[in-house]
Ligand binder design. Sequence first.
Ligand code: G1P
Length: 290
Amino acid sequence: MIKKCLFPAAGYGTRFLPATKSMPKEMMPVVNKPLIEYGVDEAIQAGMDGMCIVTGRGKHSIMDHFDINYELEHQIQGSNKEALLGDIREIMKSTNFTFIRQREMKGLGHAILTGKELVGDEPFAVVLADDLCVNPDEGVLSQMVKLFKQFRCTIVAVQEVPKEDIHKYGVISGEMIKDDLYRVDDMVEKPKPGTEPSNLAIIGRYILTPDIFDLIEQTEPGLGGEIQITDALLKQAKAGCVLAYKFKGKRFDCGSVEGYIEATNYCYEHMYKANTKKVELDKHSTRKSS
Ligand code: G1P
């Protein structure tokens, strides 16, 4: 039902300089896979097949990553290295990628509005790739799609965050309508300490209904002179309904060095090592049975 996922990926990644001076932050590897590919995996798992990427200057490597590299394919053909390309080949087979360039950095709301041409007039997901979310049984977007089927309105992912960190996020408040689900009545982008409406911070996963585009167009620049998605969402919440969902799973802030290292350690232990072990076991059992 929700087929498209928008990835705002034009930002400079200044928190990771100098690594991000010429490399997009979305291409930073977590173990052996770039950050954005984790987001794409999550969207595919949630049933989406249209990845709409809002890029900017110096972001060519994102486009190249999701395209065929003939020279490399030729070089490794028939070698045992081919297996390492298995996942990305599958992604490219099952998924369509479209790109649009955001010429000016005018905030997350503006980035999402830039993607309007790619998304069209249908509900869609948004993934901020530097929030890496993992949940072994059901990815965060899958959980949100399930809720969307039931409620048919915009949903933002939220997480409880310690008081000293809450000013770094968009923060919601609302009435709990069932376990882990709130009807939003207020929303503030990066509130000043002491003014935060709750400890529930918005995390980079959204399901948006397409009326959000008109609301963004009507949104004046807010915090930092930028067009904030949070301000447009508040309008949507006041006019109709926006839900906030406290998702199941872990989230790593890969825009910070600490979060990135934590994500790397976690993915190495729980995904990379576990997979390698499984491949070894499979090899062993095929060898035994053949
Ligand atoms: C953006 C959003 C903010 C949200 C955060 C989640 O902020 O504007 O509402 O809480 O992503 O990561 P940024 O981190 O881009 O400053």
